[in-house]
Design a protein around this ligand. Structure first.
Ligand code: SAM
Ligand code: SF4
Length: 403
């Protein structure tokens, strides 16, 4: 299946739109996202124009949008004019629902200027998501991160002054040089600023990252998985005792009004269309990915064809597996949702797996809900592998398994 075949899989319900901006001021040494260094240059017009054309290619396939998410990379590497034109193109091509969520990722730094935030506010940006990773400059430097603590505080305060409805801050555990003590200092300091969302990533050391090569070369030890989980558990307990609730297995919020619609809705299986280099889409049980190669991406767009590299139609059973996995990751799974979607009881399909997870104290059954325990939440990405079809459970990941 390719771009020419994917024509009639779209339905009339509103979709979630992702736009990928694969550019950063300078690549962080740990980062696994596809992005290119820009330094002080502009985002190439060729890329920007290709995005606009790709959006137009979808204009007769779906019409309404429920959320828009600009990710990267660093979307605020676009200049003000590009931000404005991209917003205009999206909102004139698709009709936003009344409760549209518009979310943009930013990096703490000069490119996230107050003027750009104003342009985004002109189009009702609701949520800004910013990487912090650590509040400790020694750790940020050791991991080749491209900002320092003061830049984070400056950008955070600017976003507060601009009264952004939801600010999310990304933090990372298991960074090179971090100890339980330095990690907790960062978590405590960030939570004292009261961002409405905090997302906690475990640093995955990818074989193709600069950081992996540096650690090999310098033979510097990294926290083990067991040590990392002790840190993560302390952070979860601390945040849950400091006014935060779980939003899903790796993020926290101050209340349901700060739900991240793009994530929860796409996890529930609502359609998502990704625009831009290597972006993923998932529409009506078809998962597809855009070209990850810039030249191939431009070529398709210039021919007026969706730039799709590969696609996969998943089976009804795989759709059930996906629903179950994301139910566990959302930490509070209404099993009636499963019946509504598939017309069969969850326990009939996954009874054995549910029993095993309950015996391991990873989940608890409660009337119509399956609640993921704190232990299950901490290990959610590992325990859901129990339901992966055999072909997928053996796939080797591209990152290091720590000892
Ligand atoms: C696209 S970036 C966020 C926006 C902006 N580019 C920034 O870094 O501030 C998404 C997040 O992914 C996380 N991340 C990046 N590389 C990672 C890795 N190797 N393992 C785990 N999380 C990672 C970081 O927390 C980062 O903030
Ligand atoms: S973490 Fe963010 S800023 Fe750093 S390279 Fe990745 S996408 Fe760019």
């Amino acid at each position: 299946m390719n771009g020419r075949d994917i024509i009639r899989v779209y339905e009339d319900s509103p979709v979630h739109l992702y736009v990928h901006i694969p550019y950063c001021i300078k690549k962080c040494e740990f980062c696994y996202y596809q992005s290119f260094d820009l330094h002080d240059k502009q985002i190439p017009e060729e890329y920007f124009n290709a995005l606009l054309k790709e959006i137009k290619l979808y204009s007769d396939r779906f019409h309404r949008i429920r959320s828009v998410y600009w990710g990267g990379g660093t979307p605020t590497m676009m200049d003000e004019r590009q931000i404005e034109r991209l917003c205009q193109t999206i909102f004139s091509t698709f009709k936003p629902t009344d409760d549209l969520e518009f979310c943009v990722e930013v990096r703490p730094g000069a490119e996230t200027s107050v003027d750009k935030i104003h342009r985004l506010k002109d189009f009702s940006v609701r949520r800004i998501s910013m990487g912090c990773q650590s509040m400790n400059d020694v750790i940020l430097r050791a991991n080749g991160r491209n900002h320092r603590r003061n830049a984070f505080l400056k950008t955070f305060n600017m976003l507060r002054d601009e009264e952004i409805h939801t600010i999310n801050v990304d933090m990372m555990s298991g960074l090179l040089g971090d100890t339980e003590e330095t990690f907790m200092e960062s978590i405590e300091e960030v939570s004292a600023l009261h961002p409405e969302n905090i997302t906690l990533y475990k640093m995955q050391l990818y074989y193709n990252s600069h950081l992996y090569r540096k650690i090999r070369r310098e033979n510097t030890p990294l926290m083990t998985d067991d040590e990392e989980i002790v840190c993560a558990r302390r952070a979860y307990e601390f945040l849950l005792n400091s006014g935060y609730e779980l939003a899903d297995n790796f993020s926290f919020r101050t209340g349901p009004e700060h739900e991240h619609i793009f994530r929860t809705a796409t996890w529930r299986g609502e359609d998502m269309v990704g625009i831009g280099l290597s972006a993923h889409s998932c529409v009506n049980r078809v998962i597809y990915q855009n070209e990850p190669d810039l030249e191939a991406y431009y070529k398709s767009i210039n021919e007026g064809v969706l730039p799709i590299k590969r696609a996969y139609v998943y089976s009804p059973y795989e759709a059930m597996v996906r629903h179950f996995i994301f139910g566990i990751k959302r930490t509070c799974y209404d099993v009636r949702d499963f019946y509504r979607n598939f017309g069969v009881d969850l326990e009939r399909i996954f009874g054995k797996e549910i029993d095993e997870l309950a015996i391991g104290e990873f989940i608890e059954r409660e009337d119509n809900f399956i609640r993921t325990t704190l232990k299950g939440t901490l290990f959610a990405d590992d325990i859901v592998r129990a339901v992966f079809p055999n072909t997928q459970s053996t796939i080797k990941m591209g990152f290091l398994e720590r000892s």
